[in-house]
Design a protein around this ligand. Structure first.
Ligand SMILES: C[S@@+](CC[C@H](N)C(=O)[O-])C[C@H]1O[C@@H](n2cnc3c(N)ncnc32)[C@H](O)[C@@H]1O
Length: 449
């Protein structure tokens, strides 16, 4: 490598995406993967862009005291994890500082205000083996794993340290099964879904083409061969997901769902949730419990209050809120989520919940035509946020909003808009739903001035 392409730099901080930020002698900013703040490293410049350059890490000259040996042999090549080289406290500190950086410098919030509202990151109870669902890519050569960093090449993996143990158990046994080998050439992805209540697993096999009778037989055979697999589904682009293919037809109804329970101490009563394969569920169940705890604490809803949960899924937040409030109205675009939410309310004997399948914007427009008013609005939109609905929220009577987000950039954009509409930021916290990765979940509390 030409010497002029090699540089020794000191990492200033970690930014969005988990990249280290450093400066070359000529002032050019560079982004380096797999480094920690304060480390002196040797890097090679890969790509120069207008305002920054991308570099690869060649050597760590002065390692951070928080540097650790990554747990996974594929760390670095597999694109799934970004922070395994740092101990868990360093990962939390990185996520906190990314969030602080994104918030600061905005005219909406002074440095003093941010200091007073910023909460330390909420640690995940388990930094490894926390994922209750994983999606693995499959390539033409039968490699099963995650995409390589910045590529669509598949890194073959035997086991994933982020996946819950039952998922690794199933993954480890799949390849040796003849029925799976029959499906493999037509498979583009595999989803393994844990049912935390039972430790059973459901598998969605995403095919490149419409399933045939032989695929269905192979799916049933897979469920028969691995006791832990309660159902296999066949899905893909352009056709309806088919299944469940199960070992015992008589158990079809009982086996069709995944399930988890929230403990009594969270909302005053144990709640059991069932949800369908393919629908949304939080990936880290133990951390989901902490997030719900934080939501209930910040929301402070009482028995007189009405709550609107605009992206309610299968009622993950709506049901705990229903135990604390007068009523909850939940809306979601996905039919199966609303079906799940209604069933969950019924199974948990909650009569103060109403669930409607609706686009959030449409739902708000409908509420505006009525006298319906809410004391709390909960927002938990997909990654891209929910900018389009923000101008209308003020008309629903609410003085308080809790916003839960898996993308700090769209969250902060939306918080700025909400500030303009009179909802001021009162508390904000990173909730580490995805340890070892650069992804940051956040919860924010806003109230009207
Ligand atoms: C991040 S998930 C949150 C689900 C739920 N709060 C939970 O914790 O399980 C986002 C949800 O928004 C729903 N969604 C996406 N776009 C929507 C829209 N335009 N209107 C209403 N819901 C939408 C999805 O179906 C999904 O259930």
């Amino acid at each position: 490598m030409p010497a002029k392409n090699r540089h020794t730099v000191t990492v200033d901080k970690i930014i969005t995406g988990g990249h280290g930020l450093a400066k070359l002698a000529d002032g050019m900013l560079i982004m380096i993967p797999f480094v920690l703040p304060g480390e002196k490293v040797v890097v090679a410049i890969e790509k120069r862009k207008k305002s920054f350059a991308e570099a690869t890490l060649l050597e760590v000259l002065t390692p951070s005291p928080q540097r650790v040996k990554p747990a996974c042999p594929s760390f670095g090549s597999c694109g799934g994890c970004h922070l395994q080289h740092g101990d868990y406290p360093s990962q939390l500190a990185i996520k906190e500082s990314i969030l602080r950086d994104l918030l600061s410098g905005n005219q909406e919030w002074s440095a003093e205000h941010l200091e007073s509202i910023f909460q330390p990151a909420l640690a995940s109870p388990a930094p490894f083996h926390y994922r209750q669902r994983i999606r693995l890519q499959v390539d033409d050569s039968g490699r099963i794993g995650f995409f390589e960093r910045r590529s669509h090449a598949v890194v073959d993996i035997e086991t994933c340290p982020l996946a819950a143990a039952p998922l690794n158990d199933v993954l480890g046994r799949f390849r040796a099964i003849a029925a799976f080998q029959k499906l493999l050439p037509h498979t583009e992805a595999l989803e393994l879904l844990l049912s935390p209540l039972t430790d059973q697993v459901e598998v969605i096999v995403r095919l490149r083409r419409k399933p045939r009778a032989a695929d269905q037989q192979a799916a049933t055979s897979l469920a028969e061969t691995i006791e832990r697999v309660q159902a296999v589904w066949l899905a893909g682009e352009g056709f309806v997901m088919s299944g469940p293919f199960i070992a015992n037809e008589a158990n079809e109804v009982a086996l069709k769902h995944l399930a988890f329970a929230l403990p009594k101490n969270l909302a005053g009563r144990e709640l059991v949730f069932r949800f369908e394969a393919g629908g949304f569920c939080q990936v880290n169940q133990q951390q989901n419990e902490r997030l719900i705890g934080q939501l209930l604490e910040w929301a402070e809803v009482g028995q007189e209050d009405a709550v609107l949960d605009l992206f309610c899924g299968m009622g993950n937040f709506s049901l705990p809120l229903a135990l604390k409030s007068r009523k909850v109205v939940g809306t979601d675009l996905q039919r199966s989520s609303i079906r799940g939410a209604k069933n969950n309310a019924q199974d948990n004997h909650l009569q103060n919940c109403l669930f409607l399948r609706a686009d959030a914007l449409e739902a708000i427009r409908e509420f505006k035509k009525t006298t319906e008013q809410f004391d709390l609005i909960l927002l938990d939109p997909p990654r891209h946020g929910c900018r389009e609905i923000l101008p209308l929220l003020g008309d629903l009577g609410s003085k308080k909003i809790v916003y839960i987000s898996c993308d700090p950039a769209t969250l902060i954009r939306d918080l700025k808009d909400l500030h303009g509409f009179g909802f001021h930021l009162r508390k904000i916290q990173a909730v580490d739903m995805f340890p070892q990765t650069c992804h940051i979940e956040c919860i924010a509390l806003l109230s009207k001035v």
